[in-house]
Design a protein around this ligand. Structure first.
Ligand SMILES: [Zn+2]
Length: 152
C-alpha cells in the first residue's frame, strides 16, 4: 500500500467514510496506488499546497476525492468511484489558492515524462473550461499519450 506524503486520509474521502476506519492508513487502500503517487508528484511539482477535500477544516469540499459506489455526486461511472474488481477509485478534483487550473495543467504537461503511469485530465464540461483540476488514472490500454485530455 502506498501512503501519500502530502495528502492525509481525511483529504481524500468524505467524513462518513473517514469515520468508518479505525486505522486511517487503510483509507489509502481505497485508491489505485499509481493514482496516489500522481497526487504527490503534482503537489511536489507545483510547490504549493493543493486542496482536494477540506471538510476536516470546516470547508465545503467533501466529494472531491473518493466517492462511494452509491454516491449521487457527479457521473455514474466516474473514476472517483471504485469499479471493482477492475479498479479502485482513482480521481481527484484539485484546486489551489496560489495557482490557476491552467497553470496546474501546464505544470503537469511540463513533467509528463516523469509520470509513473498514463493519466487523464478533464478540461471542459458542457463546453466550458473547468475551474478545477480533475485528474485520474482510469486510462485505457490503448491511450496513445501519457496525458489524455477529455471533455465531458
Ligand atoms: Zn472529478
Amino acid at each position: 500500500m502506498y501512503k501519500c506524503k502530502h495528502f492525509a486520509p481525511y483529504e481524500l474521502v468524505p467524513p462518513e467514510i473517514y469515520n468508518k476506519y479505525t486505522n486511517k492508513d487503510e483509507i489509502y487502500d481505497l485508491f489505485e496506488e499509481n493514482f496516489l503517487k500522481v497526487l504527490d508528484l503534482i503537489r511536489e511539482w507545483s510547490g504549493v499546497s493543493l486542496v482536494i477535500n477540506d471538510w476536516f477544516w470546516k470547508g465545503k469540499r467533501r466529494d472531491s476525492g473518493y466517492r462511494a459506489p452509491n454516491s449521487t455526486v457527479g457521473a455514474t461511472k466516474s473514476a472517483h468511484k471504485p469499479d471493482l474488481p477492475k479498479r479502485k477509485a482513482c480521481a481527484a478534483d484539485i484546486i489551489s489558492n496560489k495557482l490557476t487550473t491552467k497553470q496546474l495543467w501546464a505544470i503537469i504537461d511540463n513533467h509528463r515524462d516523469e509520470l509513473p503511469c498514463k493519466i487523464r485530465i478533464e478540461k471542459t464540461s458542457d463546453g466550458k473550461l473547468l475551474t478545477w483540476l480533475h485528474v485520474d488514472t482510469n486510462t485505457s490500454a490503448t491511450q496513445p499519450t501519457k496525458i489524455y485530455y477529455f471533455i465531458a
